[in-house]
Design a protein around this ligand. Structure first.
Ligand code: CAA
Length: 389
């Protein structure tokens, strides 16, 4: 019998501020139905001036360390699209903020929104090699598009931290995976830009091609039949995309695309992404959190995961929900992380969007805005300075 490895704990964090789509629509004259129904987004998380992927990641991971300690963690894998340094892993700052042992390997992974799934799979490999070890996987992103571009309405920010371990308390990750890579330019960000470039409609097609490609490979590798899955967690750049993806998967399999059946399969996975916006690497695992927090008992049920990262790499895999998982959920804390955000008006959001540090190596302090446990207090000599409260 194969050993059971998977997600032992999951915790997330999001930005200090929230911009409702009504404020964006009032500013740019868009009919609100396009946001609420057309793309399925209600609001977006906006990081404070003293927040970034590191502070979000540390905030997400701290409760996991508090609950399990760090004695068994020998690897931290940090997945992000919105990296803050070309050389140093953002995970090293998190390692320091959380006081993790020096006998740890820390690395950053990149492949657009797919990176955290690679991190999860690599973590499973490490635990399989030495089942006594645990791996801390972190997905943290701030999604930023140009102001007044079509992508602007799909921005967001969040971090998910997951502890990967033997005999997981939440979800056992199964073999096989269905894999798909295609060299496409649907969404990318050259080193000299801090907002993503995107061919919006092409990116939707590229995602749907990846749904087909991963499913085909998953089936050829001997995966489960479509009917076996209780729910599907899709990468959600905007929540309507999950509906498009699942409809496409059903069509590809020659199955009915009955609206109620689709809502049953993915409806509960969209609640968190709908109000936080695109969090790139974190999005598919926020879909999982949303599902586990809201669904009736899922014990023993298989969940399908579709992770898509533009460019593109995608993976379809299955996880089985473990008995007793409900006692380990962080539903209250998750809802609190969303509810605690402070509303920002359009002008305030635009000001935050346009901020960046000068690049002259001088000393620059950030405004104290976040109420979270970690903050980016400034930059000095090209070094980012973080503070734990
Ligand atoms: N009421 C209800 N629905 C409305 C409406 C209204 N008043 N007005 C428009 N709509 C609907 C449209 O019919 C459309 O629905 P369908 O897609 O089902 O036809 C939807 O709202 C969006 O309208 P448009 O296509 O006209 O919107 P747009 O041209 O402004 O662009 C977008 C939408 C392409 C998603 C754009 O927001 C974008 O570029 N986003 C960033 C890229 C992205 O998220 N791509 C997703 C796949 S890539 C990926 O997943 C990786 C990643 O994270 C980036």
């Amino acid at each position: 019998m194969s050993i059971s490895i998977g997600i032992h704990d999951l915790s997330f964090a999001t930005g200090e501020f929230v911009l409702p789509h009504t404020a964006l629509a009032d500013y740019n004259g868009t009919e609100i139905g396009k946001y609420h129904v057309g793309i399925g987004q209600q609001s977006m998380s906006i990081p404070a001036a003293d927040e970034d992927i590191v502070t979000l990641a540390a905030t997400a991971a701290a409760p996991i360390i508090a609950r399990h300690g760090s004695d068994r963690i020998r690897t931290v894998v940090f997945a992000t699209e919105s990296s803050i340094d070309q050389a140093k892993s953002a995970g090293v700052y998190v390692h320091s903020l959380l006081g993790l042992p020096s006998a740890t390997r820390v690395v950053e992974l990149k492949q657009a929104c797919y990176g955290a799934t690679a991190a999860l799979q690599f973590a499973i490999g490490l635990v399989r090699r030495d089942p006594a070890q645990q791996v801390l996987v972190i997905a943290s992103d701030v999604s930023k598009y140009e102001l007044d571009s079509p992508g602007e309405a799909t921005q967001g920010a969040a971090a998910v931290a997951m502890l990967v371990s033997l005999d997981p308390a939440l979800v056992r990750i199964e073999d096989p995976s269905g894999l798909f890579t295609a060299d496409v330019m649907d969404f990318w960000r050259p080193n000299y830009l801090n907002t993503a470039l995107v061919d919006g409609h092409e990116s939707i097609n590229a995602y749907l091609q990846a749904v087909e490609g991963t499913w085909k490979d998953y089936t050829e590798q001997g995966g489960r039949a479509l009917e076996e899955f209780a729910a599907f967690c899709y990468h959600q750049p905007f929540t309507k995309m999950a509906y498009k993806a699942h409809t496409h998967l059903l069509n590809y399999n020659g199955q009915d695309t009955d609206k109620d059946a689709i809502a049953q399969a993915i409806g509960l996975t969209t609640a968190y992404n709908r109000v936080m916006g695109n969090s790139y690497t974190a999005s598919v695992y926020l879909a999982l959190a949303s599902l586990l927090d809201q669904a009736d008992d899922l014990t023993g049920k298989p969940i399908g995961f579709l992770s898509y990262g533009s460019g593109s790499v995608a993976e379809f895999f299955a996880g089985t929900v473990v008995a007793g998982y409900r006692d380990r959920l962080r539903t209250e804390a998750n809802q609190e992380a969303i509810a605690r955000r402070r509303p920002v008006d359009y002008a305030g959001y635009r000001d935050l969007h346009e901020r960046s540090f000068p690049t002259d190596g001088g000393d620059y302090a950030t405004e104290e805005q976040t109420t979270g446990p970690f903050r980016l207090s400034g930059i000095s000599g090209h070094k980012r300075i973080y503070q734990a409260r």
